[in-house]
Design a protein around this ligand. Structure first.
Ligand code: MTE
Ligand code: MO
Length: 322
């Protein structure tokens, strides 16, 4: 068990690293770079809301796993969200996602693979060692955050499923339950929320199967109990509250593509050189930075992860494949 109860009366399971030891170890290991850059950052990055079960993790080691940008405040990352299953206002998910029941939870792994399966959440949590990864996330709307996520590379789960040679893409499906998700009454998107990746994108070590953030399990509004995070793509590719992962031969049609194919392409790599038809993508507002009228910062190709993911798109016309 990697999840620790939030109740102060519950005894802490012995395999859980005590909070203080965990923080100390982090300071000594991955924290060093952050500490050197700005001593206050590390403390900020681990300060969760304190209401959710804690989730122990070791610092990420793959290239690009720990950006040095100042992490977004927990309060901002959990109150300014896109999760249309709970409404389209930024404040809706924080106000309404309490109706989501993140346990019990099952993720079906199916399609073109030798070892399909149904994983309950605890089995999924135990599948591989949990890491903390501090990623930038850039929304197509023009704002960005920096969040210390907790999870492991999606490739760990994919490898265990043994995809066949026909598995060219991976399709992700989000929960669609009207009883838990009031936003489904609106036809703003076609439900369930579906996203997809090419197999090599899904296998990239930065693609994170995510269970927590800021040292705790995911808050409902951020996609509890399990989501993906693709730091080099616009935020909408990072599907929340996933119930199905399917290996397919043909390129899946994502919910956003379905809604407006000329605006939201399948790849949706962060690209300042390709404007959205209705606005520029050249710059972004970092949430929580310098107050309400913050100066914008220039958006980077692949959200700053070009060194890690650029070769996935070598030879592709990224204007056509936006
Ligand atoms: N199921 C689902 N996943 C989703 C969305 C959504 O509406 N439904 N919104 C996406 C968008 S547009 C963004 S920017 C990110 C926001 O993630 P965050 O709230 O954790 O920052 O989630 C993505 N994942
Ligand atoms: Mo987004």
């Amino acid at each position: 068990m990697l999840i620790q109860s939030s109740s102060p009366n519950d005894p802490a399971p012995s395999e859980i690293t005590p909070r203080q030891a965990y923080l100390n170890r982090r300071q000594v290991t991955a924290g060093l770079a952050l500490m050197a850059a700005a001593p206050e950052l590390l403390a900020q990055s681990v300060a969760g809301g304190g209401k959710l079960p804690r989730l122990a993790a070791t610092p990420g080691t793959v290239a690009g796993a720990m950006v040095l940008d100042k992490p977004t405040r927990y309060a901002d990352a959990t109150s300014y969200n896109n999760f249309y299953e709970f409404g389209t206002d930024k404040s809706d998910p924080a106000e309404r996602a309490h109706t989501l029941k993140p346990r019990p939870w099952t993720v079906a792994v199916e399609g073109e693979c030798a070892k399909p399966g149904r994983y309950d959440l605890d089995a999924l949590l135990k599948l591989s060692a949990l890491e903390e990864r501090v990623y930038r996330l850039r929304c197509v709307e023009g704002w960005s955050m920096v969040i210390p996520w907790i999870g492991y590379s999606l490739s760990e789960l994919i490898k265990r499923a043994e995809p066949t040679s026909k598995a060219k893409f991976v399709e992700f499906t989000t929960l669609a339950d009207r009883a838990q998700m009031p936003g489904l009454r609106s036809a703003v998107l076609e439900w369930p929320y579906v996203e997809g990746l090419r197999m090599d994108e899904a296998m990239h070590p930065l693609a994170l199967l995510t269970f927590g953030m800021y040292g705790e399990v995911l808050p409902n509004q951020n996609g509890a109990p399990v989501r993906i995070v693709l730091p080099w793509k616009y935020g909408f590719k990072s599907a929340k509250s996933i119930v199905k992962i399917r290996f397919v031969e043909k390129q899946p049609r994502s919910s956003w593509e379905q809604a407006a194919p000329q605006e939201y392409g399948f790849y949706s790599n962060v690209n300042p050189g390709v404007p959205h038809p209705r606005w520029s993508q050249a710059s972004e507002r970092r949430i929580g930075e310098d107050g309400l009228f913050a100066k914008k910062r220039p958006t980077l190709i692949f959200n700053g992860y070009e060194a890690q993911v650029g070769q996935l798109y070598a030879g592709m016309d990224l204007r056509r494949n936006f």
